[in-house]
Design a protein around this ligand. Structure first.
Ligand code: AQP
Length: 330
């Protein structure tokens, strides 16, 4: 089975990224031939600082290994190191329609907050479709915020297959049972987010323990007393329950049972302890791995070589099926 997922090297990674991204990467790598991509081309769809992008790309690679990716088992690479991604985006951009892209809620949300919106932000889901389809991907472990983009990738794959002949595997999204959409602790109606969230409501993976404790302690809850999962009526507490499941591996029902006679104060304190216990070893491994940038760059170069080899046949097939001539033995 082929597994593919991408993650942006933008901003500081948060607990939502851990839940929908990192922990699913580590788990799914056990199931087949896995490709995990640092999608740096996606990171330039909004204004960015070039130095920051460079530094964050290596930091993100270190975090991917620190959260459990195994370089022997998985192919970890940087999107811009494999030019097939940009090429496939052009080809698929001629298959996707403006109407489809206009319907993307993430574009509407992000564009609505800016005066100037890049063409790249609009066409981002097409690049994402290429990322996935180039690897003949069966499953894509992601968070719920990417569901609409994944559905678009499936539509584009099916349209290409019916227009030009069977070319792509149609991928399936894999979402965590609990924690598919971790919410902002201060605004539990909004997802925890790198660019759109409230920093006080966002638990960053590299937050020190005291910052985690403060954020959880001041998390917005309701005026009730029961620790039950009811996202409509009790968004804040439901979010903390899901965070507890992410930190401990328990189910929602197990967390509810464990805290059935506790108050919100005790629950918040236990959630903080669990999150700190989750993050401390990750942070220690991260520091160790990041301290050797030459080794990280070497691992990413190996990843890029493997990704180039794996994606090349599909890109060739795309060109060929669409009727392009190809350079012949010079
Ligand atoms: N709040 C979330 N809960 C669960 N999963 C989430 N993901 C993101 N937010 C949550 C998942 O994390 C993976 C990597 O995402 P990304 O960094 O590439 O970017 P994103 O999905 O656009 O979310 P960010 O990081 O918060 O950036 P913003 O919101 O600023 O664009 C993906 O699998 C994603 O689903």
């Amino acid at each position: 089975m082929r597994i593919f997922s991408g993650i942006q090297p933008t901003g500081a990674k948060h607990l939502g990224n851990f839940s929908g991204g990192f922990r699913q990467y580590a788990a799914t790598q056990e199931q087949g031939d896995a490709f995990f991509c640092i999608v740096d081309l996606h990171s330039v769809t909004v204004p960015h600082d070039p130095e920051d992008l460079r530094a964050r790309t290596l930091d993100l690679a270190a975090l991917m290994f620190a959260t459990g990716l195994d370089a022997e088992r998985s192919t970890v690479f940087v999107q811009s190191h494999v030019t097939a991604h940009a090429e496939s985006a052009w080809l698929l951009g001629c298959v996707a329609t403006i109407g489809e892209l206009r319907r993307m809620t993430q574009f509407k949300d992000k564009a609505g907050k800016r005066e100037s919106v890049s063409v790249g932000l609009f066409t981002y889901p097409v690049l994402m479709a290429g990322d996935i389809l180039l690897y003949q991907t069966d499953i894509v472990p992601i968070g719920d915020d990417q569901r609409q983009h994944l559905e678009l990738s499936r539509d584009i794959a099916e349209r290409f297959n019916s227009r030009f002949g069977e070319t792509f595997t149609v991928p399936r999204g894999v979402y965590p049972e609990a924690g598919a959409r971790i919410m902002d602790l201060q605004q539990p109606g909004n997802k925890m987010s790198t660019t759109g969230g409230n920093p006080q409501g966002t638990i960053y993976l590299l937050d020190p323990p005291e910052a985690v404790r403060k954020k959880v302690k001041t998390a917005v809850t309701d005026s009730g007393r029961e620790i039950i999962h009811d996202p409509n009526e009790k968004a804040g507490i439901s979010n903390l329950i899901e965070i507890m499941t992410v930190a401990t591996g328990e189910s929602i029902a197990e967390v509810e049972k464990r805290f059935e006679s506790s108050g919100y104060g005790q629950f918040k304190s236990d959630v903080s302890d669990a999150v700190v216990a989750l993050l401390e070893p990750i942070q220690a491994r991260f520091r160790e791995i990041r301290d050797d940038p030459a080794e990280l760059e070497r691992m990413l170069a190996i990843g890029a070589a493997k990704a180039r080899e794996a994606s090349a046949p599909t890109l060739e097939k795309m060109y060929e099926r669409m009727g392009f001539t190809r350079p012949k033995g010079v």
